[in-house]
Design a protein around this ligand. Structure first.
Ligand code: NDP
Length: 342
């Protein structure tokens, strides 16, 4: 039996696919376009990987052909596809609708074509689902695995970042409600994974481009800031991409994780923490990027933005998350190698 992974061309999903193949699962991976599906097949070069093309998942039947063809083989679904972009013309059309319709669509396709075969489903939600954007910056704010943000469809359209936060809430809310409403016909056990900023290497060196996916770009930008340049401010929490992938795989395997929302966060970071690791661990960057103020770090200090309590998720998952140093070093080593600088 196979695992269906949606949005498999994404930064996080490629690591999920890798860990699944590593554990000898057969994987059916969806891509938006034929070209991206072909690139994924070429990069993994693994007979246990099959790719399918969905087109834009704003179309509610985007997943129908895939489930019609492979539904009888699919036991697990990992739904990772969602727009992660803030450069949009229309927040409703480009962020909210694809996120929600993608979730509606995949659930309806399962119901139509794989109701008797799918047993477990894991959805990639986000910490964005549990607070508003402004709360996420507020040192007095607090959230945990039970929290939900308060966006309405209208208030989420104010800016792309609000739309992203809203999209994750609306899609995840729909997910739990659909499974609850259909529990008599669908016997599917579900979990969601809610990561903070995800750092770490691209799955394949060939995916390194001058601009990376939204979260990896935080580190990439600092690697390319000139020594006298302005340091882009960033203050949040991070988690390593390999730990995010591992949590998805465990969520489809471990019964203790059924029905849980898993909040993945290792520690606070700011731009200075990243600069310190870049300057200390990569001699090639010394004198090329800013030093900043090395003692103005966030790691290991009380939070200056929202506080998350993810103690329940850590205990349930039962593995130690990778450090910020490892996440920064893994990302930078890949970028610098790609540029021929190390
Ligand atoms: P990526 O942008 O790398 O991956 C997103 C994936 O979704 C891609 O495969 C993309 O396809 C697909 N997708 C987006 N919009 C559509 C659409 N309209 N139709 C079909 N496919 C679409 O982002 P990440 O890997 O970072 O994110 C993956 C998941 O993790 C998302 O659900 C995101 O919300 C969540 N997440 C990410 C965090 C992070 O810091 N990176 C933090 C918390 C949650 P294509 O390649 O064609 O664009």
């Amino acid at each position: 039996m196979s695992v269906f992974v949606s949005g498999a061309t994404g930064f996080i999903a490629q690591h999920i696919v890798d860990q699944l193949l590593e554990q000898d699962y057969k994987v059916i991976a969806s891509a938006r376009t034929e070209a991206k599906a072909n690139e994924l097949s070429k990069n993994f070069n693994n007979p246990n990987l099959t790719t399918v093309v969905t087109g834009d998942m704003s179309k509610l039947d985007a997943f129908d052909p895939a489930f019609k063809q492979y539904g009888s083989q699919i036991k697990y679904v990992i739904h990772a596809a969602s727009p992660v972009t803030f450069e949009v013309e229309n927040t409703e059309r480009d962020i909210l609708i694809p996120a929600v319709n993608g979730t509606k669509g995949i659930l309806e396709s399962i119901k139509k074509y794989a109701a008797n075969t799918v047993e477990r489903i894991v959805m990639t939600s986000s910490v964005a689902a549990i607070s508003t954007f402004s709360e996420s910056l507020d040192p007095k704010a607090f959230a945990n695995e039970d929290s939900w943000n308060t966006y309405t469809w209208e208030s989420a359209q104010v800016s792309p970042i609000d739309a992203y936060f809203g999209s994750k809430k609306f899609a995840e809310e729909y997910f739990w409600e659909f499974l609850e409403k259909n529990k008599d016909t669908l016997n599917i056990k579900a979990s969601t994974v809610m990561p903070v900023f995800v750092f770490g290497p691209q799955m394949f060196d060939s995916s390194v481009k001058s601009k990376l996916n939204v979260s990896s770009e935080v580190i990439n930008k600092l690697i390319h800031t000139p020594v006298d340049g302005k340091i882009s401010p960033s203050l949040a929490k991070f988690i390593h991409v390999k730990d995010v992938a591992k949590a998805h795989v465990l969520a489809m395997q471990k019964d203790e994780l059924i029905g849980k929302r898993l909040l993945l966060s290792e520690a606070n970071y700011n731009s200075q923490d990243i600069l310190n690791y870049l300057n200390n661990d990569f001699p090639v960057l010394k004198g090329k990027i800013p030093v900043g103020e090395p003692d103005q770090t966030a790691e290991g200090k009380p939070s200056k933005d929202i506080t998350y309590d993810n103690s329940k998720s850590r205990e349930l998952l039962g593995f130690k998350f990778r450090s910020l140093k490892q996440a920064v070093d893994d990302t930078a080593a890949q970028v610098l190698k790609h540029e021929g600088r190390i």
